[in-house]
Every structure is written in structure tokens, then in C-alpha cells.
Design a protein around this ligand. Structure first.
Ligand SMILES: NC(=O)c1ccc[n+]([C@@H]2O[C@H](COP(=O)([O-])OP(=O)(O)OC[C@H]3O[C@@H](n4cnc5c(N)ncnc54)[C@H](OP(=O)(O)O)[C@@H]3O)[C@@H](O)[C@H]2O)c1
Length: 226
């Protein structure tokens, strides 16, 4: 049975991606900081007949991410799909938003830890195995600002910088993995999830991820509802 690891798995998009892949025969490894929330999400997936388990880790604490990845491998074996999408819905210590005039090295660094270094660290835990096998998928989610900084409010400046850095790395990763059997793509979401019509609902957006996984087409897929 193939396995998807969702890093930054909450009750919104994370759980919808889990349901979508799980109902297509995947086991699901859920990663976020809060074990009790992960256990509740895994139980809900279990009720739908999906083999799921939670592995607490903080993307800002890279050793914890390495440790969670080892535990995922122990429980599920090889990871076939990595999806990276943490979102600071509850406060993440050190993370603040800043407009361009307020951007400092000090308030960009935690955003880089969160998006770029966390994403690279998560990928490094599965990529060597994927390259050796010649198969695997890596999907990295960000918001609109990583693609088009002016699409977001000025206060998103330091987030936009970090998201753009992750985007840049993912597009380069796509370039070097092309033809190896490993597929890497960036998924910028221009949407306020769950706040409007069907196109904003996490279950609809999750279907987009399934299409990416099955079609493996291109380095970037902009989901745009704006
Ligand atoms: N929500 C939106 O409107 C929106 C808009 C554009 C793009 N996006 C993108 O969509 C993805 C998130 O989807 P969602 O908003 O529906 O979120 P979600 O899947 O409901 O939840 C994301 C989860 O990330 C976890 N998280 C936060 N900080 C973390 C950390 N330091 N380490 C590990 N996990 C962490 C949180 O759990 P804990 O707090 O328990 O750690 C949270 O439950 C992100 O890639 C985001 O950039 C969202």
C-alpha cells in the first residue's frame, strides 16, 4: 500500500488531502505539532477505512522533523508522496508578519525556517529513497504571495519572500528530478480556503492534488480563485 506523508496536517486542506489519497488506497502519515489533534484526525480517517497515524513534529525544529520521518518509515515503510503545507493557524513562536518597510533579517529568518528550511528538511528525509527507487512525488504548497507578491496585502512581505524562496528551490528540484521517476511540484494557492463557493472548499482543492499526482504535469500548478 503506498503512503502519503502530509507535513502540516490540520482539519482543513491537510485532512482533505488525507481523505482523497486515503480513499484511493494510500496509507496516511499526518505531521503537525499537536499529537492530540493528529490522533483525532487519524481516528476520523480510520472510521472511513483509511490507515492513518499522527507523528508530532515542528517544522521549525528540524531534528523533530527528522525524528518524525524515521517513525513514519518504521510504521508505514517507504513514503511515496510527500505533501508540505504547514499553516500557522495557532501561533508559531517567532513567526510574525511584516510589511516591506518593517522587514528585518530577524523577522525573515523564522519565515525561512518555516517554509524553506522545513520544506527542504522534510524532502531530504524521503528524497534519497525516492531517487534510488526511481519513483515518488513531492508537492509543496504555499499561498498566492510566493508567486505574485502584490496579490497579497503588504503585511505578507516576509512570508512572500520565504514562500518565493521555497518556490525557487522546488522549481530547481523539478528540473533535476525530471526524467528520474521522481516528480516535484510547487502548488501556490490563491484562495481563502473554506470561505466561499465549492472552489474554495478543501475537498475540491484536494482533488487538484490527486490530479497532480496522477498526471505529473509541469513544475508548478497555480490554484487560482481570485
Ligand atoms: N487557509 C487558507 O486560506 C490558505 C490560503 C492560501 C494558502 N494556504 C496554504 O494551504 C496550506 C494549509 O492549508 P489549511 O490552511 O487548510 O491548513 P490545515 O491543513 O487545516 O492545517 C495546517 C496545519 O499546519 C500545522 N502547523 C502549523 N505550524 C506548524 C509547525 N511549526 N510545524 C508543523 N506543523 C505546523 C497546524 O497544526 P499545529 O498548530 O497543531 O502544529 C495546522 O493544523 C498551507 O500550505 C498554506 O500556505 C492556505
Amino acid at each position: 500500500m503506498p503512503t502519503i506523508a502530509i507535513v502540516g496536517a490540520g482539519s482543513g486542506l491537510g485532512q482533505s488531502i488525507a481523505k482523497t489519497f486515503g480513499s484511493n488506497g494510500f496509507s496516511v502519515a499526518l505531521v503537525s505539532r499537536t499529537q492530540s489533534k493528529l490522533d483525532a484526525l487519524a481516528a476520523e480517517l480510520g472510521q472511513a477505512g483509511i490507515d492513518a497515524a499522527g507523528f508530532a513534529a515542528d517544522v521549525m525544529d528540524r531534528p523533530s522533523l527528522v525524528d518524525a520521518s524515521a517513525r513514519i518509515k518504521q510504521r508505514f515503510g517507504t513514503v511515496d508522496v510527500l505533501e508540505y503545507s504547514p499553516a500557522p493557524h495557532t501561533p508559531v513562536p517567532g513567526i510574525t508578519m511584516a510589511s516591506p518597510l518593517d522587514v528585518t533579517v530577524e523577522n525573515i529568518q523564522p519565515q525561512l525556517d518555516y517554509y524553506l528550511y522545513g520544506g527542504i528538511t522534510a524532502a531530504q528525509q524521503v528524497l534519497p529513497d525516492m531517487l534510488e527507487r526511481g519513483s515518488g512525488t513531492l508537492l509543496f504548497t504555499t499561498g498566492a504571495a510566493s508567486l505574485n507578491p502584490t496579490q497579497a496585502a503588504p503585511e505578507f512581505a516576509n512570508i512572500a519572500i520565504a514562500g518565493a524562496a521555497l518556490r525557487s528551490w522546488v522549481l530547481k528540484l523539478h528540473q533535476v528530478t525530471d526524467g528520474t521517476g521522481v516528480y516535484a511540484a510547487h502548488v501556490p494557492l490563491s484562495v481563502w480556503i473554506g470561505t466561499g463557493g465549492p472552489e474554495t472548499q478543501p475537498d475540491t482543492i484536494a482533488q487538484h492534488y490527486w490530479d497532480l499526482y496522477t498526471k505529473r504535469d509541469g513544475a508548478e500548478h497555480h490554484y487560482n480563485t481570485f
